[in-house]
Ligand binder design. Structure first.
Ligand SMILES: [Mg+2]
Ligand SMILES: [Zn+2]
Length: 184
């Protein structure tokens, strides 16, 4: 039996595009070096990929849902132009203290994404620059990768208080390479 490829849960800011606190201007979407190449390899290999991000700037009153929708449209447009398909983009709009069920590392958004894709939320691989991103994949019974872009180095200095990453990647391209090696 051919094992189904895991669903990939990918962080946006500091992982695929440059980290800018509370990005609300679509013209400021900038892909990090290697992230397009990594996404293309995973996409070509048949992985379903969803972007999952915490956008607490909405809950903090610094931006609106509409701002995030506009940034998302631009982000997806730039990917589509390069032949890369995302199976979905999900974000938590809540303030960190709101106690919602969707702020990473909670699994609310993942369950929703999996339901829409008609697949299990179990055994995902997550990639991101913070520990909440690493915890996400691990909480699905899968794996979590920490990238050294964005807040990655700062996150690594907090090691010890957090679950270990299954892999620490220089950037998203190196994370993609590792994922492809696991399921060949
Ligand atoms: Mg991030
Ligand atoms: Zn939320």
């Amino acid at each position: 039996m051919v094992k189904k490829k895991p669903l990939l849960l990918i962080d946006r800011d500091g992982t695929l595009i440059t980290e800018q606190d509370y990005l609300k201007d679509p013209r400021k979407v900038r892909f990090l070096s290697g992230s397009i190449a990594g996404l293309r390899r995973l996409s070509d290999a048949g992985y379903q990929m969803v972007v999952v991000s915490n956008q607490s700037g909405i809950g903090r009153g610094l931006m609106t849902q509409r701002d995030v929708q506009r940034v998302t449209r631009r982000f997806l447009g730039m990917l589509t132009a390069r032949g890369i398909r995302m199976a979905g983009v999900y974000w938590c709009p809540h303030h960190p203290t709101a106690g919602c069920a969707c702020r990473k590392p909670k699994l609310g958004l993942i369950r929703k994404a999996a339901r829409r894709l008609k697949r299990s939320w179990k055994g995902c691989i997550s990639v991101g620059d913070k520990w909440c991103d690493v915890a996400l994949g691990r909480r699905t019974g899968g794996r979590g990768i920490l990238v050294m872009t964005g807040y990655g180095r700062r996150s690594l200095r907090e090691t010890g208080r957090h679950p270990a990453a299954d892999f620490t990647a220089r950037n998203f391209q190196s994370a993609a390479h590792w994922i492809l090696k696991q399921h060949r």
